[in-house]
Each structure stands twice: as C-alpha cells, then as structure tokens.
Design a protein around this ligand. Sequence first.
Ligand SMILES: O=C(O)c1cc(C(=O)O)c2c(n1)C(=O)C(=O)c1cc(C(=O)O)[nH]c1-2
Length: 578
Amino acid sequence: ADSDVEQLTKDPKNWAMQSGNLANHRYSELKQITAQNAKNLQVAWTFSTGVLRGHEGGPLVVGDTMYIHSPFPNKVFALSLEDQSIRWKYEPKQDPTVIPVMCCDTVNRGVAYANGKIFLQQADTTLVALDAKTGAELWKIKVGDPKIGETTTNTPHVFKDKVLTGISGGEFGVRGRVTAHDINTGKILWKAYSTGPDNELMVDPGRTMTWTDGKMAPIGPNSSLKTWQGDQWKLGGGTTWGWYSYDPATNLVYYGTGNPSTWNPRQRPGDNKWSMTIFARDLDTGMAKWVYQMTPHDEWDYDGVNEMILADIKVKGQPRKALVHFDRNGFGYTLDRVSGELLVAEKYDPKVNWATHVDMKTGRPQVVAKYSTDKNGPDVNSKGICPSALGSKDQQPASFNRKTGLFYVPTNHVCMDYEPFQIEYTAGQPYVGSTLSMYAAPNSHGGLGNFIAWDAGTGKIVWSKPEKFSVWSGALSTAGDVVFYGTLEGYLKAVDLNGKELWKFKTPSGIIGNVHTWEYKGKQYIGVLSGIGGWAGIGLAAGLTKGTEGLGAVGGYKDLAKYTELGGVLTVFALPDR
Ligand SMILES: O=C(O)c1cc(C(=O)O)c2c(n1)C(=O)C(=O)c1cc(C(=O)O)[nH]c1-2
C-alpha cells in the first residue's frame, strides 16, 4: 500500500519532505507572510544542534512535531511545536573514520518521514527507520562500505511504499547506484547501478530510450560497457547523492548521477556512461524508461546529481509535462519527463565558457578546445574555465513557483584553473587526480554568486541578483509572493518576485541549509538551519588554509572567515502578534 507521505505534503501546514513535495518544488501555498509584510519578520525561537560543521537540508514538520537532523554524528531531535521541548533524541554510534572519506564536509541533507517513521541515512551508509513517536529504532540496513570510500549524505526519498537510498564517493572510485527498500522492513527490492552490464544497470537495451539524432531511440546492448576501457566502469563513479523526484502519474522516479572517476579524464577514454546522466526509472520494477547524459566524458567534475524538478509548464508555447534540471555544467535543461525528449538546454550563467552550446540534435555540449582538460592533457593547467568544478549550481536546490511558473535558483559565479595528473587507485584513498584553484567569475560583478529567476520554457534568465558568495542554500518561494534564500555570510533574505530585497537577518553562522515553511496554530513560520560548511565552506569547517586544499574551495572562499564562524542553529521566524 502507498505511504501517507504524498497526502501529508498536500497540506501546506506540514513540511513533510525535504523539498516540500514529490516533485521537488520547494514551494508553499501559505500566504500569511507576504511581499508587503515580510519586512516585519522576527525571530520566534532558535535551537542549537550542538554540532559544528556544515548543516545542509532542513527540518521536517508533521502535525505538531518537528524533526531536526545534524551533520555527522547525525543526531535527530523531535521537538514539540507547542513549547519546543525535546520529545526524543537519537544519536547513532558511528565509526569516526568515515569523516576523512567524505569529500565535501560531513554534511547530511535531512531525514524523511512516512507512516509514523523517520528515515535517516547516516554518514556510514546505514539506513535506519525510527519510530516517529518515540525515536526507537525499528530496523536498519547498511547500504555501502566506508572502507572503500562509500558514504551517504543525501536524504532518503520515500515514494509510495519504498524508501530510496543513494551513495556518495565519486572522489574515491565508488560505483554509483540507487537502492529501493521496503519502508516496513528495509528489505532491498531493487538495486540499479550507474555503470556496468545491462542487467546491473537495470536497462532494457531495446526499450530504454535516449535522445539520439533529434528523437528518442533505444540505447542498445552494452551501452555503458562500450564507453569505458576494460573494467574501469567498476571504479566508474556516477554516484547518486542528489535530490530525486517522483511522478505518481507515470510511476517514474527521476535522479541524476555524478562524475566519472577519476578527475583525470585522460585515464578513462570514452563517454563514461552512465555517469552525468538523468535516469527515469519505474518505481516498482526499477527498470529505466529513459536516460539522458548531460556531460559525456566529463573533464571538469560537473556531477549531474542536482535536483530534478517536475513542473507542468509551457515550453515554447506548448503545455508540457516537464522535468527541469539546473546542471553543474551551467546549462538549464528542460526535458519531457514522460518521453525523455530534450526540449531546452541554455546557459543559466552567461559566463559559462567550457561549451558554446548544446547541440539540440545530439544532445551533446559542444566543448571549446581551449577548456578541454583532456586535450590539454595531464600536468597542464587549463585556466579560466567557467564554471568551476562546483558548477554553476551545486546541491543547493531551486524553487519552482507554481503561481509564476518561474524557477528561483541559487547559483555559483565561480571559475577555475584545473590541472589533472595521473593517479593510481587505492581502496579508500582519494581518487581525484587533479589540482584546482577557484575564483570569482572574471569581468563580472566581483562576487561568487547570483540568485536568479529562470524561465524554463524559453531557457532565459528573467532577473539576476548578484551575491558576494555563492548561494549555497536551498530556495523557497510561497503563494505570498516572497522568495527566501540564505547566504554563506549567514543572512536569511526575503526578496519579491522581481528580486528586490525586502528583508534580511544575520543568523548565527553561514547558511547552507534549505529554507522551509509551515503553519502551527494559525501562524506561518519560516525556518532555516545555519552552520557553515559544505564544499564552499570546507576551509572553515575542516580548518584548512592552503588555497588548493578542499579541491580549490579553500582559496576561492577564503573571505568567508571575515563574516562567519562554525555552529549549527535552527532559526525560526514569524510575523509579530498583532
Ligand atoms: O561524487 C560524489 O560522490 C560527491 C558527493 C558529495 C556529497 O555527498 O556531499 C559531493 C560531491 N560529490 C561533489 O562533487 C560536490 O560538489 C559536493 C558539494 C557538496 C556539499 O555538500 O557542499 N557535496 C558534494
């Protein structure tokens, strides 16, 4: 039977999934807080998680209870919304040797809820189900092995009667996959890899389709194996640490795969399928209906895992069941989510220079030779590549506003120098093979970020608001015509539908969490986790100082230390009582 999660997300008083609903909208129908009164927002209450390092994701609200998570050691708190008392607290025991095999800070993107259970995906790859009333463990299962660099950071995704887990470790030669579990027992129902033989990919060579020559065509046999040398696919990456979505009408689940391992592209000739790919799979069987590879043979670390947003919008004048995806590679993609057809692929940061455009017939980006780190070769520093390896956007999810039909997108405005080198694989050791430095996009406003509004039907930027740092926080838009996002300095900001700043508040630490909203006893609240970290904040989070450390992020974001310090705190806002 289906779980209650879909029903719970239909009541805007709840915030029952990390992204608000199955379609990853990050949009709320609540409208007590409006563009007119947002300037009056005040702090209602705060809560410290007691954990330092980066706080991604956000709490869930179901009924009168809030569920708050933390980064490693992955604590979970159930708070009463009545008096903020702690109903229960859960803290798993985990071996801290997992910390050094997490590429981009000890982040966790939050818990999931369904049928009276809380699902937590721990850093050490344990998926645990807790009783939402008591915090008691109901079952747990380990989905990976940190000894070979496998960790988990993404939220578990509950769709219907299943909970889906991903895997991280593209920087350690981990072989990506998605695993579907029974929500009642944790039992594995299917497991689908990103690379390898057809049966392990869970594809049907004759029926799994992809965009070829301006139309959909079957992928054919050995579609992944053919695109790797020897058995390199076994260490091939394509990890699955992003934000998935699900469409009940088609029963398809959508997610993206990350970079191929290693970052030295000369070592892995071929298209490296199906890394950097959007998968559409039948939720019940796990079989792929269609796939689309955004960045064949990646040479820049443009992981394809960013959120898959399902939106019914007009594309070039025609109503479409679309999937919208802001890829790390700097292109905003609009696809038909039923068939997989490519509809729009345009740059959502005008500084993107590694490719001139996406060829709409082949679906392939047209790479500029000067920025090809493979052509330039190992031990050559390819300079001035935009975007940097963090992409024009990383994991920070955008909001789809069902009223305006537009997307509000937190972005990076960062370029890089990238120097690949030969690397040998050693299990559990970094398998990166590149030295990076990062800096604000040259000849622009000097900042490292923009917060933009995007029209996915035409592929055009509607407005762009410059930011000093990358916007590493998930956005929220509401029926009150307000858009919220957090900044790395620590401001929570409210802007109107034209991007005009209405209000801001400096929270205790830099924000990489996602803004969310709920209603309790007739009052609308806005909440956000602060706690600097993630890849952009890794210098502060892990105490690194050398510019090229943190894969180049330490140098790029060194000025953050002038604005903020570590510490995980939830800050909750509301309008004053009249
Ligand atoms: O390839 C991977 O498995 C993997 C995992 C993660 C992660 O799990 O956090 C990140 C990345 N890659 C990555 O490329 C990246 O830019 C990144 C940023 C962050 C973050 O939380 O700020 N995580 C990750």
